[in-house]
Design a protein around this ligand. Structure first.
Ligand code: ADP
Ligand code: MG
Length: 355
């Protein structure tokens, strides 16, 4: 298998990785601290931070893994979806490298990267399909039915906020630092999840919605805890535990429904929120109950990273379905997974028929 250099810059994590077959030769990853004082990602700052650190990270990666530039055979980069400015920085670096090293360039869909993130260091095994996979991050929340690496459909997605965004916004209201998801998770472990009952949207199994929870937390705090600094530690823990329980229950409801109805061979969980301890344990418990394997990536491949981008490119290469990019192609800030699957399927057909 060719040595792939991958670049990820879709949002607020800069990352570069080298992958050959299922051997991750090295990865560098850096979450941007610039956004902390704003309580959310500031797109212009994200682009500047990628600009500052990506080339340095790449140099470090090459040095630390003793890799020569001339060993690189393919460049993969996140073409979308994501923040336009941030994507452009990664795209410019990827195109410059592909041009100067005279190697093929593959534009990867970031969401496909999340879907395959558990398989960075594994032989892609077709026995896992069909797989029911939940991708939950700061910008995305969707439940996907995967028939193969290249075919799938979305069964449930959010109408408003993403799960990670919900954790971050609720945490912000509780006075916790950004990104709030991991802090809320930690504090929740000491609280009582039944201490508060938050609204649970009754939307069936085709949509998620988290804006009601956010508003309820806002009104609750305005009424009962107008001065957060007076809030007892145990109340803060209870608030975190009950918010986390609500989000995880809402996420799991359609997963349980489709898992029972459609009987997948395996379950998957990916994206930054896949680091959530309660969500991980609920998913594992469901797998055990239904007797199917559960694929959850290690923590370093949950948050945006270049290893999963390399893994996605590797799978495309192995399946023989690749669209080698022309250097003039633009990043795609909006690139729905369904459009990507459709494009892959028509490429697959035309490559199989030899046209
Ligand atoms: P994005 O593409 O939006 O940057 P990432 O895949 O990098 O998303 O994930 C970041 C999101 O994951 C943030 O919203 C963060 O709060 C959330 N997150 C990370 N760890 C946890 C956790 N343990 N519990 C809940 N949310 C988490
Ligand atoms: Mg991120």
């Amino acid at each position: 298998m060719p040595l792939i250099l991958a670049i990820e810059s879709s949002c607020d994590d800069s990352s570069v990785a080298l992958l050959q077959g299922n051997r991750l030769i090295g990865m560098k990853q850096s979450g941007q601290k610039e956004h902390t004082r704003f309580g959310g990602v500031v797109p212009e700052l994200a682009s500047r931070a990628h600009q500052e650190c990506l080339s340095l990270m790449l140099n470090d990666l090459m040095r630390d893994t003793s890799t020569s530039w001339f060993d690189i055979q393919v460049i993969a980069y996140t073409r979308g979806p994501g923040l336009m400015g941030a994507l452009m920085v990664g795209a410019a670096l990827a195109k410059g490298l592909a041009l100067s090293l005279d190697v093929p360039l593959i534009g990867v869909n970031h969401l496909h990267g999340h879907l395959v993130s558990h398989f960075v260091e594994q032989e892609p095994d077709e026995g896992i399909f069909p797989m029911l996979s939940l991708t939950v991050s700061g910008g995305h929340t969707h439940l996907v039915w995967l028939d193969s690496w290249l075919e799938g459909r979305i069964l449930c997605e959010t109408l408003d906020d993403a799960a990670g965004e919900t954790f971050d916004k609720c945490a912000k209201m509780l006075g916790l630092p950004y990104p709030g998801g991991p802090v809320l998770d930690r504090l929740a472990s000491q609280g009582n999840p039944g201490a508060h009952t938050w609204p649970m949207p009754q939307l069936g199994n085709a949509s998620y919605s988290f804006s009601g929870l956010k508003t309820s937390v806002l009104y609750y705090l305005a009424k009962h805890q107008p001065n957060l600094s007076d809030c007892a530690e145990s109340s803060l823990h209870d608030l975190c535990a009950s918010i986390q329980a609500n989000v995880v229950e809402a996420l799991m409801k359609p997963v349980k429904h489709y898992a029972r109805q459609m009987k997948p061979r395996s379950l998957g969980l990916a994206g930054g929120v896949a680091a959530n301890s309660l969500l991980r344990s609920r998913m594992l418990a469901l797998g055990e109950q239904l007797g199917c394997a559960v694929h959850i990536p290690p923590l370093s491949w949950c948050t945006d990273n270049a290893a999963m981008i390399a893994a996605s490119a590797r799978i495309l290469l192995e399946q023989g379905v690749i669209h080698l990019e022309a250097l003039g192609e633009k990043p795609l800030p909006r690139w729905p997974l369904m459009d990507y699957f459709r494009d892959l399927s028509s490429l697959n057909l035309s490559q199989k028929s030899g046209s």
